[in-house]
Ligand binder design. Sequence first.
Ligand code: URA
Length: 236
Amino acid sequence: MRINKYLARCGIGSRRNCEIFVTEGKVKVNGHIVTDLATDIKESDIVLLNGERVSPAEEHIYLMLNKPKGFVCTTNDEFGRKTVLQLLAPEYTSRRIFPVGRLDYDTEGLLLLTTDGDLSNRITHPHNEVPKTYIAKVEGEVTEAELGKLRGGVILDGVKTKKCKARLKNLENNISSVEVVITEGRNRQVRRMFDSINREVIFLKRTAIGQLKLGGLYRGMSRKLTDEEVEYLKLV
Ligand code: URA
């Protein structure tokens, strides 16, 4: 990276101001004063401005993963199970990246991972009520009356779930696919909501978080969020 860009990334000033520091001889690289604006800086270089070490703030990483079942959403599992971090490239796992919230071991779908703790807190904070969309499959035909119970709220651990959306998307081979949109993140919430109406979830996948959609991302694959997606998440 060019020296002026590097210094600007360190939060010292605009690139133009940083050029002036360089030409005035205020910048040392690996012990030598550098005045050539064409100097490139490597990550391993030691850069001083007026004798003080400066280093650029690292950019945060924001990823979307299509989590397969059979992986835990922790950075380290006490039972030795595979973690979602094992699905990421080493360039990401060499940083302090972590999942935003959790999906169960048996649940698949959209999982965000980031190094940005503030953003993660905002998305998972119950106050912000970010809607999360799931497809739950259950055996047999789910009735409107059952969906109505889910929508109105069911009692889990003595506390009613918030109103939510629930609609039958598809009925094929005697399996109902129900789309559920919840704004809470209680433990195994969707599975337990169905348990409460005596329906066992046999497949569960998260397809969206707010306006962010999993789309056609292959199972086990991840991608960086676009700048627009990151901006959107910062506003939720
Ligand atoms: N609800 C569940 O039951 N499981 C999940 O992983 C997410 C929501």
